[in-house]
Design a protein around this ligand. Structure first.
Ligand code: ASP
Length: 299
């Protein structure tokens, strides 16, 4: 029997001090809930979906409720889930009007012959699956709306831009691995802009033979180094989870000067995280069942 493991993140960036407590609280709740499921014998795939749903429902994070607005004042959501046992995956890109994109991504994986659905087609699929639609007004918060108005008026926004893409990676009691990532993307993005999060290997990757990773940060740079696959390949080359996370971030900084972070689990349940921006909100549960949470590694 493998030892279950779970680590989650709630975004990397320059997260303002007064938002640290909320970022950590949501991550802890997601990790705790997923851990209980794993202890009860749930699959890693189920655990990462539920962990990310909890973060999507929490308006602290830039995913589901609380996702940032694009230049048209709309919310376009991206998500990816991957099953390390089969290398199967499901992703949705730039979909509007749903609260839990990670569940829609999982349904793309299980209930269609495809791997990725985008835009209006993804929304139609959600309706077909009986997923209730929600308006942008319901998903937006006073904070995301105020930020949008600031961008629109050309008022410079603070460097303390909160980020809140969320993700989870887990190993279950059967030694299967999964990864999930969900985001509203970047504030005031062009309509149709897609970042790293729903791109396999960039925003997430999972392979039972190596490990799993979920990324956050500057999507335009993360995708150039296929950050999560870089980390799992490093595990395949003999590194443990922490060394692989450090390695992947180092490659991103050296090659494209990218800002961001990632969480990693290897196939035996070792966990790690690394970041090149100031913070990454994370929570994980060690083999002794103890909860840990951090806003980064004090770079
Ligand atoms: N990586 C996300 C994107 O580029 C944003 C983030 O993680 O803050 O869409």
């Amino acid at each position: 029997m493998a030892i279950p493991a779970i680590i989650v993140h709630g975004g990397a960036g320059r997260i303002p001090e007064d938002e640290h407590a909320a970022h950590l609280a949501g991550c802890k709740l997601a990790a705790q809930t997923a851990w209980k499921l794993l202890e009860g014998g749930a699959s890693a795939l189920h655990a990462v979906e539920i962990a990310v749903r909890i973060l999507e429902d929490d308006p602290t994070y830039d995913s589901g409720h609380g996702a940032v607005l694009n230049r048209n004042g709309e919310i376009e959501l991206d998500a990816l889930i991957m099953d390390g046992a089969t290398l199967d995956l499901g992703a949705i890109i730039a979909v509007q009007g749903i609260a839990n994109p990670i569940t829609l991504a999982r349904l793309v994986m299980t209930d269609t012959p495809h791997k990725i659905l985008a835009g209006e087609g993804a929304r139609e699929f959600a309706i077909h699956q009986g997923i209730p639609l929600v308006s942008t007004t319901e998903l937006a918060t006073p904070k995301t709306r105020a930020r949008y108005e600031q961008h629109k008026a050309g008022i410079p926004v603070s460097a303390e831009e909160p980020h809140g893409t969320c993700g989870a990676v887990a190993v279950d009691a059967h030694g299967h691995i999964a990864a999930a990532t969900s985001t509203g993307g970047t504030p005031f993005k062009l309509p149709g802009r897609v970042g790293d999060s729903p791109l396999v290997g960039s925003g997430a990757y999972a392979d039972d033979r190596t490990g799993a990773a979920s990324a956050t940060g500057d999507g335009e740079q993360i995708m150039r180094v296929v950050l999560c696959k870089a980390a799992t390949d490093a595990i395949g080359a003999g590194m443990d989870a922490q060394a692989a996370a450090d390695y992947a971030i180092r490659v991103m900084v050296e090659r494209v000067n990218g800002l961001g972070g990632l969480i990693v689990v290897d196939r035996v349940g070792n966990m790690g995280f690394a970041h090149s921006d100031r913070n990454i909100a994370t929570a994980w549960i060690s083999v002794d069942g103890v909860m840990h949470a951090a806003m980064g590694r004090n770079l």
